[in-house]
Design a protein around this ligand. Sequence first.
Ligand code: ACO
Length: 323
Amino acid sequence: MMLLGTGRAVPEKILTNTDLEQMVETSNEWIIARTGIKQRHVAEPGTALSDLATEAARNALEDAGVTAEEIDLIVLGTVTGDMKFPATSCLVQEKLGAKNAVAFDISAACSGFLYGLQVAEGLMMASGYRRVLVIGGEVLTSMVNWQDRDTCILFGDGAGAVVLGPSDGERGLLQTCLQSDGAHSGLLYNPGGGCVNPPTTENVAAQLHTIRMEGKEVFRHAVTSMTSVLKQVLDQAGLSGDDLDLLIPHQANLRIIEAVAKRCKMPMEKVFVNVDRYGNTSAASIPIALDELRRSGELKDGSLVGLVTFGAGFTWAAALLRV
Ligand code: ACO
């Protein structure tokens, strides 16, 4: 498959670190030093992820010069869909008017977009789909506990989308690797809202619908796993970090990004960073980055780009993309 177009959409409202200082015991300096985050876009309560995802998808379709009716497949990576069911991708399909598409969601937390990319490529080969939308989007602030300073400073909302078509033989996904390990599911999870802890008054009062995280442990696993999976796809392709024109890591924490870059011998000049402006947007972070780079002209035709991510599950993944 190859990249035909990109798009993104983020809520207008910006929450700065100074704003957070008024909400929890924290400081702008601490947040910047420990995470690199300066601000994040935050959706108004009740915002539909399907609206953000649809806007991102429309922008990607326009960029690609593809109509909604031409789309055969919509894959949406998210853990904060509009509702438990139907799949948010079906709502996006309706809002776009993508009448000829099949649509489903993927739950792989921050890895949802890269999982979606590989699933899309597999289905393009197996089923002959020619025009595909892969979207990553979250309204993560809908499951943030704004009293918990360990987590509430980290997350932001948004959506990113790509339109894919069949590879021309030179451009496309060269290598991908998806991995997961459920042994660590208890280090980063959202306990409420599912069948185990349904949204009863007691469970909501106990904040079970919000994010639980052991930050230090997640940090450690993120660095190790992102490094090893990136090295793995480079090895499989017979390449090294030097061969990459650009690395787009999942934007969770600047210190995670720097640690992975160092271990993969990638100079920071070749590593894309926008976590300072968006915070961690989970499945949206890589497609938002791709769109920013494409629209600024930095995603050059023929360039070799590494993508790498890590998220709850744990799930992690890497891909090499010839643009
Ligand atoms: N403001 C001020 N102080 C704080 C804050 C805050 N917001 N949060 C924690 N602290 C305090 C702690 O209470 C602790 O105080 P103590 O030493 O008196 O006990 C001190 O700061 C250090 O806390 P740590 O948790 O050790 O800080 P750390 O350097 O590990 O940074 C952080 C915490 C930013 C959460 C980091 O662990 C992290 O980014 N982990 C990865 C989390 C992540 O990215 N999760 C998202 C999903 S997975 C993914 O996308 C990769």
